[in-house]
Each structure stands twice: as structure tokens, then as C-alpha cells.
Write a protein that binds this ligand. Structure first.
Ligand SMILES: Cc1cc2nc3c(=O)[nH]c(=O)nc-3n(C[C@H](O)[C@H](O)[C@H](O)COP(=O)(O)O)c2cc1C
Length: 349
């Protein structure tokens, strides 16, 4: 894999993208993933209804302060004129690429026939894509599922509509809307989509190791992969996957001291974005993910999720990883430590 990969005029440094995940891929986590080898990281989705467009939550999601990557804003909605307005608003907020979410099965989105529910109505999909491409005047990308349900896998038709509308890249989650997160992702429809269009296609769904990423790329012929849940607690996975795709090189996970410093910087960035109180709350889930499979994690988790101040949470985290560092050479630690790439637990949401 040596050819360059571009979206419009933006050349990507690699082929591994962070999947947008509401409540997780905020600015600090996106920056961390980019620093750790991700090539592109879109914002969490922002809803196109006027009432949502300027809500404090949306404005927080659009915050690019100190962000060094290509600025991709994801929008979701079902009304072409509102989606066009949302695309213009995204550009005004500094977007360099507008990404459309037609891949999310969340009730909040599907109730309004947006997200993956849109895949049912191909005419509406066309109208939305035409409106957004026309309004944005910057590259537009699209995230879809393979179809509405297993009997209506119309991903290929949607991909053709997207390419004709001027969409410049596609990410495809290998499940239908009806599958939600159940079962395993299937890649056959992604292969069919890739063989139909000429724009870059990224495979998404259940990719959690460098080997799986390469296997999916070989099976589908896609240009790259998009990783979501497996990145939680191990942002360095991007570098590992990227190097394995590029050079078949195995990159080891960071040392305990590298992890400690990375996590402390991540905590600090969250406190700065959300403020102390909300920052401490948002940080809890990341700390739980960071210590999964590490020795003594239970005690640390118990304390870290109850910490109420940033100073306390930082200190607990520092102490825990310092302890891991000291104990790393003890036989007991090595027996219970399995902090290399591990399968993440499938989440049913
Ligand atoms: C908590 C959570 C939030 C998500 N939020 C979004 C979102 O805002 N926009 C979107 O396009 N997809 C969203 N997704 C879907 C992911 O981008 C991705 O398609 C899905 O998790 C499958 O990839 P994975 O198996 O690598 O996690 C979300 C997924 C999760 C688990």
C-alpha cells in the first residue's frame, strides 16, 4: 500500500480513521488519536435542526481549539434544506470536510428518520446529498451502514447515489440498521460497494487488531479502515494498525510511563474543555477503559470513578500508573497483566 490516499485536496497521512462516537470522540480524544497515528477524526455528530445547531452541546462538539488535524464536522438530519444549512454552519465553524451520518441507529436520530433510518428512502438520500454537496462547497463524505435490514442491503445503490452526487469518500459499517450492534460485522457488502464506486471507501465494524484490519482490507479491497470502539483505552492502536498495513511491522504498546503521561495529558485536556466538574465526570469512562486488563485495576477503578475533583482524579491516576511501573517487573504483575492488544467487549447498545 504505497499510493497516496486523498479526500478532495486533502492527502491523508495513512489509511486508518477514527470512527465518530458521540460521547467519546470529543476534541481531546480526537487529538490524542491523531497524535497516536489516526489519519482523520470527525467530530461527534451534530444535529441539523435549527434548535440544535447553536446549543451549548453542539458548540462544544464544534470546538477545534488547539486541534491539529483536518477539521471534519459530522452532521445528521433528514431535511435537505436543514442539512444544507447545517453544512454551511459547519463551514462557518471551520470545517474543511463535512461528513454526513447515515450510519447511526440511535433512537434520537432514527426517530426523525435520520442516521441509518434514511437508507430506506433512496430518493431522500439523493436530495440530502445533492443539497449538502451544493451548500458546502468543500469535500463531503458519507458514513453509512450496509442497508436498512438484512433483506434490504441497499448499500451498493446508496454508494452509487453518493458518488453521482459528488460525495468524495464513504465509510461503511458492516451491519444493517436493524442489526444495530448485534452479531458480527459482514464485509461482503462492503466489498461489493468498493467494487462499484471509484471514490475511497473505508471499512468499519469490529476491527480491533492490526491483523483484522489487514484481513478486512484484503477481503474487501477498501482503501482504508475506520476504528471506533476498539480505540477506547488504547489510542495507540492507530499507530499499530497503520504500521502493520503499511509495512507489516508490529509496534508494541506504549510503556507504563508513556501511558501514564499520555493519560494525564488526556485528563488535563478534558478538564480544560468541559470545566472541572463535567471534565471529572467525562474522564471516568476513559479511565475505566485505560485500566482494563491491568493489574490492580479494580481498586483503581473504584476510587477513580468516585473522585470529585480534578486534583484527586489526576493524583489517583498518577499513583496507579506509577505503581504499575514499579510492579511491572514483579512476577505477580506479569501474571495478571495482559495489556497488549486485547479483544474489546462487544457492546449491545
Ligand atoms: C457510543 C457510540 C457512539 C456513536 N456515535 C456515532 C456518531 O456520532 N456518528 C456516527 O456516524 N457513528 C456513531 N457511532 C458508530 C461508530 O462510528 C461505528 O460505526 C461503530 O461503532 C462500528 O465501528 P466499531 O466496531 O469499530 O466500533 C457510535 C458508536 C458508539 C459505540
Amino acid at each position: 500500500m504505497t499510493e497516496d490516499l486523498s479526500i478532495g485536496s486533502f492527502q491523508l497521512p495513512g489509511r486508518v480513521l477514527l470512527a465518530p462516537m458521540s460521547g467519546i470522540t470529543d476534541a481531546p480524544f480526537r487529538q490524542l488519536c491523531l497524535n497516536s497515528g489516526a489519519s482523520l477524526a470527525a467530530t461527534e455528530m451534530t444535529l441539523s435542526e435549527p434548535g440544535f445547531r447553536s446549543s451549548p452541546e453542539t458548540l462544544r462538539r464544534l470546538n477545534f481549539e488547539g486541534f491539529s488535524g483536518i477539521r471534519v464536522i459530522q452532521i445528521a438530519g433528514s431535511e435537505p434544506s436543514q442539512m444544507a444549512a447545517a453544512a454551511r454552519a459547519a463551514v462557518a465553524h471551520g470545517a474543511q470536510i463535512v461528513d454526513i451520518n447515515m450510519g447511526c441507529p440511535a433512537k434520537k436520530v432514527c426517530r426523525k428518520l435520520a442516521g441509518s433510518a434514511l437508507l430506506k428512502d433512496e430518493d431522500l438520500v439523493k436530495n440530502i446529498l445533492d443539497a449538502v454537496v451544493d451548500a458546502a462547497r468543500i469535500p463531503v463524505t458519507l458514513k453509512i451502514r450496509t442497508g436498512w435490514d438484512p433483506t434490504r442491503r441497499n448499500g451498493v445503490a446508496i454508494a452509487q447515489i453518493a458518488e453521482s452526487a459528488g460525495v468524495m469518500a464513504l465509510a461503511v459499517h458492516g451491519r444493517t440498521r436493524a442489526c444495530r450492534y448485534r452479531g458480527n460485522a459482514e464485509y461482503e457488502t462492503i466489498r461489493a460497494i468498493k467494487s462499484t464506486v471509484t471514490i475511497p471507501v473505508f471499512a468499519n465494524g469490529d476491527i480491533d487488531t492490526p491483523a483484522k484490519a489487514v484481513e478486512v482490507m484484503q477481503r474487501t479491497g477498501v482503501d482504508g479502515v475506520m476504528i471506533g470502539r476498539a480505540a477506547r483505552g488504547q489510542p495507540w492502536l492507530f499507530d499499530q494498525v497503520s504500521k502493520f498495513i503499511q509495512k507489516k511491522v508490529h509496534v508494541t504498546s506504549p510503556s507504563m510511563s508513556e501511558r501514564r503521561d499520555m493519560i494525564l495529558a488526556h485528563l488535563d485536556a478534558m478538564y480544560r474543555l468541559y470545566g472541572e466538574c463535567a471534565g471529572v465526570r467525562v474522564a471516568r469512562k476513559h479511565l475505566v477503559w485505560y485500566c482494563q486488563n491491568l493489574a490492580g485495576a479494580e481498586g483503581f477503578r473504584f476510587q477513580a470513578v468516585r473522585a470529585t475533583s480534578s486534583t484527586e482524579q489526576m493524583q489517583l491516576t498518577k499513583n496507579y500508573f506509577d505503581r504499575c511501573l514499579i510492579e511491572i517487573n514483579s512476577p505477580a504483575f506479569n501474571e495478571s497483566f495482559s495489556g497488549e492488544l486485547r479483544p474489546w467487549r462487544k457492546q449491545q447498545n
